[in-house]
Design a protein around this ligand. Structure first.
Ligand code: GDP
Length: 398
């Protein structure tokens, strides 16, 4: 009988010990509740004794008193803290178009190749001049600029009296450059006004790359040494605010957003500018919703955003984001936006995906404002200040 009791007690100890191990394992796996700091080194049941003076002393795990049947409890490892994303230091924006030139060349050199081929062909007759004009129009340059280029080239070829490859290339370069407008002021006005930040309002139809451009622009400005705050006033798509948040976290730009989908975009813009003032940032960039529902609706929405911002700050730039691949349709959109808000510059996206670079000329003529930025890919640093010379060289392979 005594043997039987000893055997039962031994069995209880073995089963109890195994259970404790499983418990500890499962505790190890379970993540701590949110906001609960993980405890290290003390399993449940570890003895804590009060010491005179209020300090506490923790007995070594496993130092249970005599006569206890509980096995020593192993130390619980705290789960590793989630990695804190490192804030990146983006590269400055200067010289970006040169770095991204291969993307332009890939999409634009076909245009230059055709033009140079036609200009140096054996017979430069009426039909060839017409083909040159058609090529320019097909590249979305617009009829009037295409005619102008052809007229000028006809005269210059006559005057030069030669059509060797190099002289034709130089003539074409000069003509294209004149149409792109080498002397337009393409600077972005992002300087602070005393204790107020500069404000950049970004408008455009959804899908053109507006939110991506806001994020890329924030990176570029931060790379240039400015501090930036983003306002997610595209409140019709929660995804837009999330997208901005993700990009903002990476470069250390705070994002002001509403947690309510469909919230008043003007009030988000207002909050963003106020926070920008409070935090002393250099630039506040406000992303807006680009629904082309009705012109009146768009006018109301953008007008209200501008008005509320103007109570506390100056809107320095209204950047219209335009998708270069959308041609005439894009130009129509541009026209509507220009009628409802004073656009100060164009950000032409997806120029890496089209050979129709003539849209640069067409949109500038249409709106009377310069292309200031070009998007050349989906990567975070694929936005560049527009440089006419680099652009034209990419077309004609200079
Ligand atoms: P939004 O609706 O106007 O805010 O557009 P998004 O910023 O969400 O962009 C729409 C899509 O266009 C995304 O897949 C972007 O990655 C893409 N995109 C934006 N800019 C460019 C660009 O310059 N080149 C290319 N290839 N894709 C771009």
């Amino acid at each position: 009988m005594e043997d039987l009791i000893i055997a039962i007690v031994a069995a209880v100890v073995v089963v109890g010990g195994g259970g404790a191990t499983l418990l500890v394992r499962s505790r190890r796996k379970a993540p701590p509740p949110p906001g609960h700091a993980p405890r290290r080194g003390r399993a449940a049941g570890t003895a804590t004794a009060a010491r005179p003076g209020g300090a506490t002393e923790t007995a070594e795990p496993g130092a249970a008193g005599p006569g206890t049947l509980l096995p020593p409890e192993p130390e619980i490892e705290a789960p590793p803290a989630p990695p804190v994303p490192a804030v990146e230091k983006p590269p400055p924006s200067a010289g970006r178009l040169v770095r991204l030139r291969s993307r332009l060349a890939r999409s634009q050199s076909a245009l230059g190749g055709v033009l140079l081929g036609l200009l140096s062909s054996d017979r430069l007759d009426e039909q060839t001049w017409e083909e040159i004009e058609d090529t320019l129009i097909t590249a979305d340059m617009g009829v009037a600029p295409a005619r102008q280029i052809v007229d000028d080239l006809r005269t210059e070829v006559k005057v030069a009296g030669t059509r060797d490859t190099q002289s034709v290339r130089l003539l074409l370069r000069a003509e294209l450059l004149a149409q792109v407008g080498p002397d337009m002021d393409r600077s972005l006005h992002t300087g602070r006004h005393g204790d107020r930040p500069a404000v950049v309002l970004v408008v455009g139809v959804n899908g053109t790359g507006k939110t991506t451009t806001v994020a890329k622009l924030a990176r570029a400005l931060i790379g240039d040494g400015q501090s930036v705050l983003l306002g997610a006033a595209d409140t019709f798509r929660a995804a837009a605010a999330d997208q901005l948040q993700t990009w903002g976290n990476r470069v250390g730009a705070a994002v002001v957003r509403s947690d309510r989908e469909g919230a008043d975009p003007a009030s988000v813009a207002f909050d963003a500018v106020n926070q920008g003032i409070e935090r002393g940032v250099d630039v506040v960039i406000v992303d807006t919703a680009g629904r082309l529902h009705t012109k009146a609706g768009l006018m109301d929405e953008l007008g209200k955003i501008k008005r509320v911002i103007s109570r506390h700050a100056t809107v320095d730039e209204v950047l219209l984001v335009l998708d270069a691949t959308t041609g005439q349709n894009g130009l129509r959109q541009a026209r509507v936006f220009a009628e409802v808000v004073d656009v100060t510059g164009v950000a032409l996206t997806k120029l890496d995906g089209t050979a129709k670079g003539g849209i640069v000329v067409a949109v500038q003529r249409e709106l009377g404002v310069p292309v200031k930025l070009v998007g050349l890919g989906e990567g975070p640093d694929d936005l560049a200040p527009f440089e006419p010379g680099v652009f034209v060289d990419a077309i004609i392979g200079g």
